[in-house]
Design a protein around this ligand. Sequence first.
Ligand SMILES: CC(C)(COP(=O)(O)OP(=O)(O)OC[C@H]1O[C@@H](n2cnc3c(N)ncnc32)[C@H](O)[C@@H]1OP(=O)(O)O)[C@@H](O)C(=O)NCCC(=O)NCCS
Length: 184
Amino acid sequence: MILRTERLILREFTADDWQATFAYENDPRYLRFYERDEVTERQCQALIYQFILWQGEQPREKAQLAITLADTGELVGNVGVRRESANEPVADMGFELSPDYWGRGYATEAARAMVDWGFGEWWLDRIHAHCVSENTASARVLQRVGMRLEVRLRDHQFFRGRFWDLSLYGLLRSEWEAARTLSG
Ligand SMILES: CC(C)(COP(=O)(O)OP(=O)(O)OC[C@H]1O[C@@H](n2cnc3c(N)ncnc32)[C@H](O)[C@@H]1OP(=O)(O)O)[C@@H](O)C(=O)NCCC(=O)NCCS
C-alpha cells in the first residue's frame, strides 16, 4: 500500500525504519502529552514490528504508514487507520510527526490522505481519534480533516502528576461525502 500526496509519500514500514522513528520519539516536545518519559530502542523496534505485522493481515484490519518526504525520502512520522476486525465499519486513526517538521501542514496532508483512503478503500462509515484535550496541535489536525469534537472526557487520564481531559473527535462517511461534493 502506498499513498501519494502533493509533498509526501505514505509507504509501508520496513524493519530499519525504527531508527528514524526513535530519533524523534525521545524529543521532549514529542513526549509532552504522553504518559511515558522516554521510548527505549526496544519499544521503538517493537512498535515498527507491529506495523509490519499488520501489513500481512488477510484481509487487512490495520494500516500504519511511514510519512516520508516526496523530495528526499526522509521518514518524518507515521499515520494510520485501525479497525478492530476487517468487517468493522469503524476505525480509529493516529498520527505523529518529528517535531523538526511541525508547522508545515504535513500531518494534515497525511491524515487527509489516510481518511480519504479509509472511506474510499475500506468503505468505512466512521473514523475517529482521541487526543489529550490540551494537545491543540493534534486537535487542529483532526478538525482540519473534517472531524468534529464529540465528547470530552474530564480527568480521564492521570500522568505527570495531574489529571488530563481526553477528547474524542469523529467523522462520518456522510459528512466526508458532503465535504467532497462541496469542494468539487
Ligand atoms: C499532532 C502533530 C502531528 C501536529 O503537527 P503539526 O505540525 O501541528 O500539524 P501539521 O503538520 O498539519 O501542520 C499544521 C500547521 O502548519 C501550518 N502550515 C505551515 N505551512 C503550511 C502548509 N504549506 N500547508 C498547511 N499548513 C501549513 C498550519 O497553519 C498549521 O499551523 P497551526 O496549527 O498553528 O494553525 C504533532 O504535534 C505531533 O506529532 N505531536 C506529537 C504526537 C501526537 O500528539 N500525535 C497525536 C496523538 S492523538
